[in-house]
Ligand binder design. Structure first.
Ligand code: DGJ
Length: 541
């Protein structure tokens, strides 16, 4: 009887976790994406924009994603194809994508290409494009109508919200085993070529008082606002009422802030409507602004770091904000995005030779929810290129490390470095040890080191699993050590091994010593190697 009951209990538990909806839950000082009741890391890639418009065009992509060791593909859902005639929805494409993803054991992140895609409204259906009276456009400062639906008009919101709601209801119905783990609402929202919309309603709203909801948010969060937001508000007297220009001053920054509020309200209402039908986690991505350009010269008012407080105030249903990388300064932008507990997710990184190193760094240093090169399916018929091979190897490495990454998530036990020629060493602490990480080109032993040439980016994750025990995963990084208590003396390597995790168990491939640890002086793996190592440190006088 007891046996039968426990069997029943186990079955129920299994059932529950199979059906458990994807969600974000706290894990230590981080957030964790849970899928079917288990922590999930998105080792992803995003297709080129038009790739997922037919199943035929996707045919070669699915097996290629398996070769690259992805577990998740990020694909658009195109409003124009979902609702080609008003009120008539065609779910064939999305159902086909779901079936194929399941067949290849891949998860999906769906991007809603609705009102906006890279600022523009190119993906709205023809019946929206052709009826500009009913679906008003944004207007530039010069009075020129743009191919951008204006966020100020109810009809625009209603029709987008209705289509997105239908999509979410459909997913709730058909995706019972949760192939879709995350939703992106819209894509790289931003106003061009002016900092704000000058349509008649936008102009009317600009003359009104700053909405009370925004003022309340600023007051309630005054201690934790991002410094850019706080400084702007305080500089103009921390006013609790007034027009946009009275509260924030005159200038393009206020035009942008005003616009951000209305973009956020619109997008937030769509996200909230979708969640009320099917509560999947939702994020919004951002086109990063190029330094030195003014709002309007770059797509203005998207969820950029200096506007995140406005977005959070205006769109509480959005769970997090994600940077797209076509810019340098990877660390700088990520550091701005992880403020206020925003989890890091990189839905797009230009697919260049640096992605393997950056993926490792993102999963290690930021404990990112996921990483995804853009246009992942390049040349799906040809052999893997070096950058693709390297990404595939990094994803395989992360998959092996995942139980450790899950176990120690948010506990300050995981670190990573990203090194290149300019930034060729880094110091960090784990437990009682201080580690100095150095690009292995500094050793001068590898053929790739050339006098004036670039240094390939190197990265390694280090995880502390016991007081003196650590794992190293990466390439092109050497590690030396120091104990934080000087009286402990010098630090040496008691044991080092390369190996693999198989079914969660550590299997030694080689016992590392001699040249492989520089006779006990360091832990390392060269730039062309990619290695997983366990090492134990000790102190000596
Ligand atoms: C960023 C966008 O989000 C993508 O959809 C794509 O347009 C890339 N830029 C550039 O190809």
């Amino acid at each position: 009887m007891v046996q039968k009951l426990s069997l029943l209990f186990l079955c129920l538990l299994l059932q529950c976790s199979l059906y458990a909806q994807p969600s974000l839950v706290p894990a230590g000082n981080k957030l964790q994406l849970m899928v079917k009741g288990k922590p999930f890391l998105i080792m992803g890639g995003e297709t080129a924009n038009s790739r997922a418009t037919t199943l035929q065009s996707m045919e070669n992509v699915w097996p290629r994603m398996k070769q690259l060791n992805l577990n998740t593909l990020i694909v658009p859902v195109y409003w124009e194809l979902l609702e080609p005639e008003e009120g008539e929805f065609d779910f064939q494409l999305i159902d086909g994508l779901l079936a194929e993803a399941r067949r290849f054991d891949l998860k999906l992140v769906l991007m809603w290409f609705g009102s906006w895609k890279n600022s523009m409204s190119s993906h709205v259906p023809a019946w929206v494009k052709l009826d500009q009276q009913r679906f008003p456009r944004a207007v530039s400062e010069q009075g020129v109508s743009q191919e951008i639906v204006s966020p100020f008009y109810e009809n625009n919101l209603k029709s987008d919200l209705n289509a997105y709601s239908k999509l979410m209801s459909h997913l709730k119905q058909v995706d019972t085993f949760h192939t879709v783990v995350l939703m992106q609402v819209e894509n790289e929202i931003g106003m061009l070529p002016s900092a704000r919309d000058y349509s008649p309603l936008a102009n009317r709203r600009f003359g009104e008082q700053v909405p009370q909801d925004l003022i309340d948010y600023l007051e309630l969060h005054s201690e934790t606002l991002n410094p850019e937001m706080k400084e702007l508000w305080v500089r103009h007297g921390s006013r609790k009422a007034g027009s946009w220009e009275e509260v924030f001053g005159e200038g393009l920054h206020t035009d942008e802030l005003f616009m951000a509020w209305y973009f956020a309200r619109y997008t937030g209402q769509i996200a909230a409507a979708g969640k009320s039908l099917y509560n999947l986690p939702v994020y919004v991505n951002a086109a990063l602004n190029r330094p030195g350009r003014l709002p309007g010269e770059y797509p203005s008012a998207g969820p950029l770091p200096h506007l995140l407080d406005v977005w959070k105030a205006g769109a509480p249903a959005i769970d997090f904000y994600a940077p797209d990388f076509y810019n340098p300064d990877f660390k700088h932008w990520n550091d701005l995005y992880v403020r206020q507990g925003n989890p890091l997710f990189i839905p797009e990184h230009v697919f260049d030779a640096s992605v393997a190193a950056k993926a490792l760094y993102a999963f290690g240093h930021y404990e990112a929810l996921g990483f995804s090169p853009f246009s992942i399916e390049q040349n799906p018929e040809q052999a893997l290129t070096p950058k693709e091979l390297k990404l595939a190897r990094v994803y395989a490495l992360i998959a092996q490390l995942k139980p450790l990454l899950d176990k120690y998530r948010g506990c300050n036990k995981i670190e990573a470095v990203l090194l290149d020629k300019n930034d060729n060493n880094a110091v960090f602490r784990l437990g009682d040890y201080e580690f100095t990480a150095s690009h292995t080109y500094n050793l001068g032993w590898e053929p790739g080191v050339t006098a004036g040439g670039e240094w390939e980016q190197a990265s390694a994750i280090v995880i502390q699993t016991a007081e003196n025990e650590f794992y190293y995963a990466g390439f092109g990084v050497s590690l030396t050590f120091r104990h934080l208590a000087p009286e402990k003396g010098n630090v040496g390597i008691l044991k080092a091994e390369s190996g693999n995790f198989r079914d969660g168990r550590w299997e030694v491939y080689q016992h590392l010593n001699g040249d492989q640890t520089h006779q006990g002086r360091h832990i390392r793996s060269f730039i062309d190697e990619m290695s997983l190592q366990r090492f134990v440190l000790y102190t000596y006088e």
